[in-house]
Design a protein around this ligand. Sequence first.
Ligand code: NAP
Length: 275
Amino acid sequence: MKTIYAVFGDPVGHSLSPVMHNAAFEALGMDCEYHTFRVTKDDLKAAIHGAKAMGFGGLNLTIPLKEIALRLVEPDPIAKAIGAVNTIEFSKGSIIGHNTDGIGAVHALRSSGVVIRDSNVLVLGAGGAARAVVYQLVQDGARVTIANRTIERAEKLADNVSSLGTARGTGLEDLPGLVEQSHIIINTTSVGMHPDTGQTLITSDMMHSGQVIFDLVYNPLQTRLLEEAKKAGAITIDGVKMLVHQGARSFRIWTGVEPPPNVMERSVKDVLEKQ
Ligand code: NAP
């Protein structure tokens, strides 16, 4: 009998996870299928327990369920530190919550040959994605500056990880100087995302060649930020890389099997290139 996997969210129709995981299941010849289910915050507990009762192989959670799930499952230390769950594992009697977003982001960097330890990393934004990315960067020995439109959120995030390593929070006023001093710049804001595709927080005149510019936004695939980075001769990494690596981590948690990242990446890019 097929094993069913799913992403719960509200809305969830836009999710690229089914395409990516079904491509991996097919490539590996596994008798599994991945689906989307619209689940509200109020119904999340019942939906998780229902999925477990029906023998689902595992779950992903997306907006707006990641934070509230923390109270409904047994979060592992990473999910607890980040304050959000994006992957649920049904393990014997337990329902374990993981967060693979931060690990996905650093794997996206490493798979592009980027060294994280002792690098100066500028993270633009201090929302949910930033929390996961900053936690993992600091764990992996980067010196992190978080620059956010709402400075208090940047300061709070830096404060939350200060026991793990080096991080400070600031506003967006000093971006030219901060960009100049950084080896790696990661956009975790929604700036540049469809439909406002002309927007970017930093431009090519602030960047220099050899810098790494990583945009978490993947819709569009080639954001204005990545275009500016190419103009400056910087190394670019798109948001699909993170999507694939966080998905690959979930896949391994559920199945114990290493999925093919290239197959997953191609399947997502095929969909995005048609949009
Ligand atoms: P979120 O929690 O709502 O945070 C949004 C962040 O963007 C905040 O820091 C916010 O600043 C900032 N922001 C929004 N509009 C801005 C503007 N006009 N100017 C300056 N800053 C602005 O969202 P999220 O869940 O972190 O997601 C952020 C982006 O990452 C989305 O595009 C999402 O699709 C993408 N993402 C990608 C992946 C992946 O796998 N590639 C994974 C997760 C998320 P304030 O604090 O001042 O409001």
